[in-house]
Design a protein around this ligand. Structure first.
Ligand SMILES: [Zn+2]
Length: 70
């Protein structure tokens, strides 16, 4: 396994997500997001399920998310 320059699971530009178990990059829409309450959505991390290996994982929210926060 080669180390990537910037390890990240979610590629917002390519709209793909990398499964941390099978390490397959797949389109975001192919991942199932487990349901969460819309009221608390901003306090929660979405949980994704990989269609290939059924792995459940919740990517950390990265600093790019904080751009707009003062
Ligand atoms: Zn997988």
């Amino acid at each position: 396994m080669t180390e990537r320059e910037a390890r990240k699971l979610i590629d917002a530009q390519a709209r793909t997500i990398l499964c941390p178990r099978c390490e397959e990059e797949q389109p975001m829409r192919d991942f199932t997001t487990l349901g969460m309450s819309p009221f608390y959505a901003d306090l929660l991390s979405p949980i994704y399920r990989c269609k290939r290996c059924n792995h459940l994982f919740a990517p950390r929210q990265l600093a790019s998310r904080l751009d707009g926060a003062a």
